[in-house]
Design a protein around this ligand. Structure first.
Ligand code: ZN
Length: 350
């Protein structure tokens, strides 16, 4: 039997004021000398500065770099600093882009990294995959799992609620992602891991069950989304790929990024994609829509801020984004007509 490697986080700390534990966590993991912090112009004020100060207070040599985007250039810039400073650990403090840059640069330089998210907008905060901007391929690439995840709800709850509702969209996406994974297993004999699949689906189930608590300023609901996203990240670590968390609904989102760039957030687009892919897969698509509505996430083209035609075009292009990833879209090829029908019947366009 072929061997299967899982790389899992050692510590996951979620809760109020967990940021103050950062130096203890580093020390427990064996990093008490030096660290490099990747943060952003805004996130340094929210948490980055504090992380740097807390580590320095314990006598660690800490350097940092502010990044504003996640391009190959940003990753290279951090790699150069890592080469020069040789820190024991890299910390990504911020939203998705900062964590992606920290994750990729640390992987390439063979140094572990710790994820300190300041938003709960997608599962990249805990996953071994990262996405780079400005590449031909708009989807994520395999890097390494964070050695620890330190999620301070006190910090994250202060972020724009739109990030959290978007995170809910990325969680609900696992419903169709796992279904697509199963299809790939049946049709193409692709590796399918029941454990990783169940873990991803459990996250979706918990989000659906607790959708009423996912509201602005409600810590309980934020925790549901946060823990669900972290479990999804772990599911990817177990699977060794993004398969349990990214299927046809993600292909739709990636296609929409090309058709109508920078209009909506990743999780928002995936949520709307899930409504339509659930319909195609004969799943309970109305349940998906109700959950997103309860969480205040978009369910229509208008709410995403994109034209109806962009949704139709993205549905048609979705299957071309990543041809090796077998999904329901291979079985139900989209013409302009069928794409438009699908978007209409699910109320995404009118
Ligand atoms: Zn995602």
């Amino acid at each position: 039997m072929k061997s299967h490697r899982m790389q899992l986080p050692r510590e996951v700390v979620v809760g109020n004021e967990t940021l103050s534990l950062i130096s203890d966590i580093c020390k427990r993991l064996g990093f008490s000398k030096s660290a490099f912090v990747v943060t952003g112009p805004d996130t340094q004020l929210v948490a980055g500065r504090r992380v740097i100060d807390l580590l320095r207070d314990k006598g660690m040599a800490v350097d940092h770099l502010l990044v504003d985007s996640s391009t190959a250039w940003d990753v290279r810039a951090v790699e150069e600093r890592i080469l020069e400073l040789k820190p024991q650990i890299v910390l990504g403090v911020g939203g998705g882009t900062k964590i992606d840059v920290a994750k990729l640069s640390s992987t390439r330089q063979g140094i572990p990294f710790i994820s300190v998210p300041t938003t709960a907008s997608h599962d990249g905060i805990a996953s071994p995959v990262a996405s780079l901007k400005g590449l031909k391929k708009p989807y994520s690439i395999l890097a390494q799992s964070p050695m620890a995840i330190v999620a301070d709800t006190n910090v994250i709850i202060q972020s724009d609620y739109r990030f959290t509702s978007s995170g809910c969209g990325d969680v609900i996406a696992k419903l169709t992602a796992v279904h697509d994974w199963k299809l790939a297993h049946e049709a193409k004999n692709e590796y399918y891991g029941e454990y990783a699949a169940s873990l991803a689906l459990m996250s979706t189930r918990l989000a659906i069950q607790n959708a009423d608590t996912i509201k602005p300023g409600v810590e309980e609901g934020l925790r549901v989304v946060l823990e669900a996203l972290i479990s999804c990240g772990v599911a990817m670590s177990i699977a060794g790929s993004s398969r349990p968390c990214s299927g046809s609904e993600h292909l739709f989102s990636h296609a929409l990024d090309l058709v109508a760039p920078n209009k909506a957030m990743h999780g928002e687009q995936c949520g709307v994609g899930t409504i339509m892919m659930a319909y195609l897969s004969k799943m309970d698509w109305k349940d998906v829509r109700t959950t997103l509505q309860k969480a205040g996430a978009p369910t229509t083209a208008e709410e995403l801020g994109v034209e109806n035609e962009s949704v139709v075009e993205a549905l048609m292009r979705a299957c071309t984004i990543r041809p090796e990833r077998y999904t329901i879209l291979e079985e139900k090829r989209m013409s302009h007509d069928s794409a438009e029908k699908l978007a209409k019947v699910t109320g995404v366009i009118d």
